[in-house]
Design a protein around this ligand. Structure first.
Ligand code: JBE
Length: 235
């Protein structure tokens, strides 16, 4: 998978050189290029924003630098249309299902907005040469798209085959089967007077699986009843 990121804070993504994604980059499983939007400006102050037409507070990101930055990234694309994702609170909500879907894309481009957002014509023009999706992490407002892109790249990258050593560990996780995950325990069997649930020490794999499923249902019902299938309140 090839990932390109456009941002005015390129060093923000140095963190992607760490841990699993760093290994994936070194192994070539994931190719990551970060582009500084200001490299696509030509004035002395490397200006990327201006006042909004129609008035209002804040500044809007100018279309020209974005057009030029994306020319450089999309221009060389011969194979299928890449997918360009702009993080936005006005976007469709990012979910594990979307992460799984995006993990199959050969190429992803992320455009990090700042300020009050990006001139809307950038989305319209980009849609003439690529697939464009506005995606939101959730119903709150961040100062820009970088944090959202970091989260999405982590959620997507770990699903790319080969990135996570043991694919089994991807299966029993919250949201993977639509429910929250069961509680986990490790040694010691008792810690500060708190025992590990005895069923987990029983060696009875059937009973353990049943207990874990019940825990998932109870946790989901308590914390995220919206995730329980409507027709199966007891999942
Ligand atoms: N919630 C957000 N706020 C600002 C920029 C991006 C956002 N997001 O969720 O992708």
């Amino acid at each position: 998978m090839r990932i390109d990121i456009v941002t005015i804070f390129p060093t923000f993504f140095d963190a992607l050189d760490l841990s699993l994604l760093g290994k994936a980059k070194q192994s070539g499983l994931i190719e990551l290029d970060v582009h500084d939007l200001r490299d696509s400006t030509h004035d002395r102050h490397r200006t990327v924003d201006d006042t909004p037409y129609g008035g209002g507070a804040g500044m809007v990101m100018k279309p020209e630098p974005w057009g030029e930055a994306l020319d450089g990234i999309l221009g060389d694309d011969t194979e299928e249309e890449p997918l360009v994702i702009f993080p936005s609170p006005a976007g469709e909500v990012f979910t594990q299902a979307m992460a799984r879907e995006l993990a199959t894309e050969p190429r992803l481009v992320f455009g990090c907005g700042r300020y009050e957002g990006i001139d809307h014509r950038v989305f319209d023009h980009t849609a003439s040469r690529a697939r464009v999706r506005l995606v939101s992490l959730g119903d709150y407002v961040l100062n820009g798209g970088e944090v959202a892109v970091m989260a999405m790249i982590e959620a997507i990258g770990r699903l790319v085959p080969g990135v996570v050593g043991n694919p089994e560990s991807l299966v029993e996780e919250s949201h993977e089967d639509g429910l929250l995950e069961y509680p986990s325990y490790t040694k010691p069997a008792e810690w500060r007077g708190l025992p590990v649930p005895p069923v987990l020490l029983s060696g009875n794999h059937g009973a353990i699986a049943t207990w874990r499923r019940q825990q998932q249902i109870e946790r989901t019902r308590e914390v995220r009843p919206d995730l329980l299938p409507a027709d199966q309140p007891d999942a």
